[in-house]
Design a protein around this ligand. Structure first.
Ligand code: AMP
Ligand code: ZN
Length: 120
């Protein structure tokens, strides 16, 4: 079973921000910036060629939802979406990275950022 399937099955720990029947959103363990998160479909699709449009549409809804949360809690200066396929894709389970950008990019602990994002 792949690493992300294990996270989805709770066989591996993750800092999970949000989940529903279709997707799970958790912190990237090796973030490029504060608030770097991954949106991962619960069903194992390898890449953009495999995933169904319906699931991609749902992921777009979640991207907009996460944008609001990141913006409210972290006050980023910009945001970049990344989705690797094949070469450059380390985990062969479809996922989208949301990577906030800051003028001042001082990387903090993942747990610290997770607690900020989870706070009311
Ligand atoms: P990609 O190269 O697009 O497949 O990116 C894979 C991402 O998954 C990288 O940014 C890793 O830091 C991240 N990653 C790998 N293992 C874990 C894990 N156990 N929990 C959270 N993120 C992970
Ligand atoms: Zn998988």
């Amino acid at each position: 079973m792949c690493v992300f399937c294990k996270i989805i099955n709770n066989e591996l720990n993750s800092y999970t921000l949000f989940e529903d029947k279709i997707i799970k959103v958790f912190m990237d363990i090796n973030p490029s910036s504060n608030g770097h998160i991954l949106i991962v479909p619960k069903k194992h699709y390898e890449n953009i060629n495999d995933i169904e449009l319906e699931t991609m549409n749902h992921i777009n809804v979640i991207i907009k939802k996460m944008y609001k949360i990141l913006n409210n809690k972290l006050n980023f200066d910009g945001i970049t979406l990344v989705q690797n396929n094949g070469l450059g894709q380390d985990i062969k389970h479809y996922h989208i990275h949301i990577i906030p950008k800051y003028h001042n990019n001082e990387l903090k602990d993942v747990k610290e950022i997770f607690d900020i994002l989870k706070s009311e």
